[in-house]
Each structure stands twice: as C-alpha cells, then as structure tokens.
Design a protein around this ligand. Structure first.
Ligand code: SAH
Length: 382
C-alpha cells in the first residue's frame, strides 16, 4: 500500500478527525501515486493516521477513515447503507417525499461524494478523482440497498456529459416533495437536477403565503414557487436568467394546483431587483454561490448586500423576506452582517424570526464545520 507522509505537527488536524489535508502539510508522497489513488496516511514517525484519497491540488488528501481498514466495495456498501438507514429513520423516502440526498460527502463519511435520489433514479456526482475512480464500487453498493432504484446515473461536475451507468432514465423524472410534484431533469439540470437542500425552507414558506403576492428570485424550476402556490398565494412570479429552467417551472406549475396564479420572468435578477417598483408580501432570494473561493468573498458580500437591500425596499409592511447564501466561504456571521448593512441602507426595521439551514439529509460532520454551506434568514419587515 502506497504511503503519504504528513509533516511533523501537521497530524493534529487528523487527530481531530478533520477530513482534509492541504498540500502544505504533506512531507512526501510515495513514487507512482497518482490522482484518485487510495493511500495510507502516516505521520513523521511512520505512525498510522488513516486512509485517504490522494489528489494533486490545494486539498491533497480527502480522508476516508481513521481506522486501519481496506477501502473496498464492502467498505462503500457499509457507509452507503448507514447513510440510507439514517434517512429512513428521518422518514426519507416516504409517500410524500421521494426526492432526497442519500449521501452528503464529508457529512456522511464519504468526502467528495454526492448521491441524490429522485424517486427511482440515483444520481451520483463525484467531486474528487478518488470518488470518480470508485464509481464501480459505488454502483455495486447502490445495487445492494433497498430503495427500489431502477437507474443509476453518473453526473460529473463541469461540462462533461452525464452517463447512465445502469437502467434507463429520461430527462423528466417525477418526484414528490411534501406532497407537491416536480419534474427533475437529471441529465441536463443544474447540480444533480434539483435543489433538495431547500426542502424544509420551501415547506416553511408555504405557511407564510396565504393571499400574498410572492416574488421568487433565482427560482430555478420553481421549488419555492410551488410551495407558495400550495400555501394559497394570490400570485407568484418565478424569476431566473435561464429560459430552460423556467420552462420546467411552468411544467411543474401544471403538475400542481394554482398554475393560473403563476408566471415566469426570464431576466438578470440583479438589475431587475434594483429597478423594481412594485411591492410584494413575500420575497425569496436564493442566488447561486456568489463566492466559490475566499478571494471572491469581498465582492460576494457586496453583491448579497445589494440584492437584499433592493428586496427589502420592495416588501410590504409586515411582509417576509427569506434570504439565502450557499457560498461555503461566506459564514453565517458574514452573511448576517451583509443583510444588516442592507436593512440599514434600505431604511427598514427588520426582525429575525428564524435562522435557516440545510435539512437533515445534508448532515454536517462535527469535525468538518465547513460542510454547513446553506445559510438563510426568515425576516419580517416592518
Ligand atoms: N431556489 C431554487 C434554487 C436556486 S439555484 C430552488 O429552490 O430550486 C440559483 C438559480 O439562479 C439558478 O436557477 C440560476 O439559473 C439562477 N441564476 C444565476 N444567475 C442569475 C442571474 N444573474 N439572474 C437570474 N437568475 C440567475
């Protein structure tokens, strides 16, 4: 087994079970190790620290285990079965909800691996060369669990094409979420096809919308919009810059009740918000990650502040704003500061009613707080 040696003193984060090792902490890498290999990780005195996936780049190791065990198909089966058991105990899947995240990377002890389940289709998205190389094991492990899967799809990140590993699927997979129906496109959709991480927040929105005019900005295929319609909204507008996702939002409205109260608007949301003059009872702001790296954080905070200011200015007295950031490098404190600055500039008095986050099928390892990426606020605007 090939070894990677950690520099003296740098083994401490591994002893605290942090799953990443940065390139600066590596003393040496055995000859012949290539991206995606499983390696044995040892300290400067050759003491065993764990097993990890090696990759060149800023993060050099993603740790798979801190025990001395083989990383084989049985190991993947055990971890994936454990992830499925946790979801089952949380009522996922159920009659009302059959779209859920089965594996959430570090949060499930499988760094670099995302698996979302859409009804009877599993979409596997590796985020590391190691998980890419482990696809055959992952596929076998999925065949063994009892989720009624009929297809397994590999959806690589970036511009590479989706491939169906087994079974058959289409670009319209029907799922249920809290009793609402959605078409998910696992082939060409963004991410794995649907933003499952907003399930609980969409459910919350539903309780706030009776007779309200609702503006859903960065709507994607209308997840929040369908919840608002089900909650009795008077009118709902889904705003997104992609015509393709808005087509699906319209199809989704037709699958549920209230399509006549829904319309879509294809436009760049930032200037749109800044020029908005109508008022709304409820606005949802769920932008894409404005900062993917620390270097972009400052600009991202300004962008969050700008769109939140614009939205706050357009909320009726007593109305609600649900506002989110999914940028991993913007933590909850920074995000709240940006929204506070926005409220001051908008001249509105604002109450925080709830702190919002990702749901239980997107767990965070206590040893990897970076996994808590989705932050949101439910605000009441006076
Ligand atoms: N709230 C959605 C997920 C939003 S994902 C849900 O619950 O499903 C972010 C969306 O923002 C994507 O659909 C993307 O097409 C859209 N987007 C990105 N940049 C945009 C821009 N400048 N203006 C409008 N929409 C944009």
């Amino acid at each position: 087994m090939v070894e990677v040696v950690i520099r003296k003193g740098r083994e401490r984060s591994l002893q605290r079970f942090h799953p990443w090792v940065f390139s600066g902490s590596i003393a040496s890498v055995a000859d012949g190790v290539t991206d995606g290999d499983v390696v044995r990780v040892v300290g400067y005195k050759q003491q065993f620290l764990g097993m990890g996936h090696y990759q060149s780049g800023s993060i050099s190791l993603k740790m798979l285990t801190f025990d001395d065990e083989a990383i084989d198909e049985a190991w993947f089966s055990k971890r994936i079965a454990s992830a499925a058991a946790m979801r089952a105990s949380m009522g996922l899947p159920s009659e009302h909800t059959n779209g859920f995240r089965l594996v959430h990377g570090e949060g499930d002890g499988l760094p670099g691996l995302i698996i979302d389940v859409y009804n009877n289709v599993a979409v596997v998205q590796p985020h590391s060369p190691g998980m890419e190389a482990s696809l055959p094991h992952i596929e076998q492990a999925l065949h063994k669990i009892d989720l009624g899967l009929e297809a397994i799809v590999h959806k690589p990140t970036g511009s590479r094409h989706t491939e169906v590993l087994s079974g058959k699927t289409s670009d319209r997979v029907l799922i249920r979420e809290n009793g609402l129906s959605f078409h998910v496109d696992p082939i060409r959709g963004q991410k794995t096809g649907f933003f499952l991480d907003q399930r609980n927040n969409r459910h919350l929105l539903r309780s706030l919308c009776q007779d309200q005019g609702v503006l859903n900005v960065f709507s994607y295929t209308g997840g929040f919009s369908m919840a608002a319609l089900a909650g009795g909204a008077r009118s709902v507008i889904s705003v997104d810059s992609s015509a393709k996702v808005l087509e699906l939002a319209e199809e989704n409205a037709a699958l549920n009740e209230g399509a006549d109260r829904h319309r879509v608007l294809k436009t760049d949301a930032v200037p749109y918000l800044e020029n908005l003059s109508e008022k709304y009872g409820v606005i949802v702001l769920d932008p894409p990650a404005f900062a993917k790296h620390k270097s972009a954080r400052h600009n991202a905070l300004q962008a969050y502040s700008r769109i939140n200011q614009a939205a706050l200015q357009c909320i009726e007295s007593g109305g609600y704003l649900l506002t989110f950031s999914c940028s991993q490098v913007v933590d909850r404190g920074l995000f709240q500061d940006a929204v506070t600055a926005a409220a001051i500039r908008a001249g509105r008095t604002v109450q925080v009613l709830q702190h919002l986050r990702q749901p239980e099928d997107h767990p965070v390892s206590l040893f990897h707080p970076e996994g808590e990426y989705l932050k949101g606020l439910l605000l009441r605007v006076q």
